[in-house]
Structures are given as C-alpha cells and as structure tokens.
Design a protein around this ligand. Structure first.
Ligand code: CA
Length: 224
C-alpha cells in the first residue's frame, strides 16, 4: 500500500514515515501543497494523510481536486485544529476521516484500517490494471476496447481481485463473492475458475497475473 504523506513538520513526518514503513506501507512524503498536487497527479496512491496548516495553504483546499481525480482514494486529514467546526469542514470537503493532533499511532492505524475496509473504488467507474479495464457500474471487463467473454463467477472473482488489486484476497472472500449460500463449492472450484480466468486474460493480452498465495488466496497485479 502506497501512502502520500503531506506534512510540513519534518520531525513528525519522519516519525510517521518510520512507523508506517515498519507496517510495510510505502510512503512518499511532501511538505507543500504544490508538491502534493504534483505527486497525486503523477503517481498513484492508495491513501493520503494530509496535514492542514501547510506553508502554501490549507491542506483541505487539496481535497476537492483529489476527490475529483481519484474518487475512491481515501483521505485522512491530520490536524491540530480539533474544533467541531474544523472537523466538519474537513469531512464536508470530502475527506474520509479526521485525526486531531496529537493522536496515538494506534488510533491512526485503526483509522487507516477502517478507510481501507471501505470499497476502494466507491464512485469510480473504471479501474485500470495494465491493459485491463474493469467497468464497475456495468460489471464488464475489457482489453483494448474488446469485452472479455467471462462466465458470471469468473466475473465476480475478477471484480473482487481487481477492486483489491495488489493485495492478497482470501479464498473465503473470493468464494463468498462468487458463490451463493446454496452452491456446492468443492475445495478446488475456485481454483478452476481462476485457471479459466488466467487463460482468458492471457489470451486477451491483459498483461495481468493472478498470483496464488498457497493456502491463503490470490493476488492480482500487472505482470512485470
Ligand atoms: Ca503543519
């Protein structure tokens, strides 16, 4: 998971970076609004931690454009301004959460976990991974404009993997997404869906791999 950290108090930023990296997050740190805007344009992040009082303006002013460009991107505002008015302003601008400084690191991680549990692409219409484009609203997958011919369960498995691309998705979650309560699910049913999905993706030239994490689940990512 890659995080954009926007914070001008360098010592605090380094502390945050240290603890986040220990939890296996990848952190890009910037200390100005302008740099944050630039970074968000050129790189892709899965979370933004955003200070408010920055040398070139209020961090909140960045939220509407971040929202517009990356609808599903979770934004947590970090601020010493903890008045109700300020919190409401932060959430009104479209931030997902608001942490008042000083905060306990445990609380920060809890908030990060909470925003990550939400559907990552809420509001996003298309998710692109390598050459694959997944149309969330219409539940269709295509490569170079050509719609993939996928069976319903293959589509459900793909949708679940694409929405959580780059992360391991548990077998149970995939089975839950693809099968109803009453379906008889053999232990290898999911794997045969995955095999067919892999073959179809490869034939279409999607540039994607579905990596098996033995006994745990699967992970979808762009192939190298
Ligand atoms: Ca500040």
């Amino acid at each position: 998971m890659k995080i954009l950290l926007v914070e001008d108090e360098l010592e605090f930023a380094e502390t945050l970076r240290g603890v986040l990296e220990r939890e296996h997050f990848v952190v890009d740190h910037v200390d100005r609004l302008a740099l944050a805007r630039e970074a968000a344009r050129s790189k892709s992040y899965e979370l933004v931690l955003l200070d408010r009082t920055l040398p070139d303006g209020d961090g909140l002013s960045l939220v509407p454009s971040l929202r517009a460009d990356h609808p599903g991107l979770p934004i947590i505002v970090l601020s010493a301004r903890g008045e109700v008015f300020d919190r409401v302003a932060g959430l009104d601008e479209g931030a997902d959460d608001y942490l008042v400084k000083p905060f306990a690191l445990d609380e920060m991680f809890a908030r990060i976990r909470a925003v990550r549990r939400r559907p990552p692409e809420l509001g996003a219409e298309h998710i692109r991974v390598a050459s694959l484009v997944f149309d969330v609203a219409n539940d269709e997958a295509s490569v170079e404009g050509v719609r993939l011919d996928l069976a319903r369960r293959e589509l459900r498995v793909l949708a679940t993997l694409v929405k959580r691309r780059g992360r391991t998705v548990l077998r149970e979650s995939l089975e839950e997404a693809a099968f109803g309560f009453d379906d008889q699910v053999q232990s290898n049913t999911l794997d045969s869906h995955i095999s067919r999905l892999r073959r179809k993706l490869a034939e279409a030239g999607a540039g994607i791999e579905i990596h098996a994490i033995r006994g745990v689940g699967y992970l979808l990512r762009a192939s190298l």
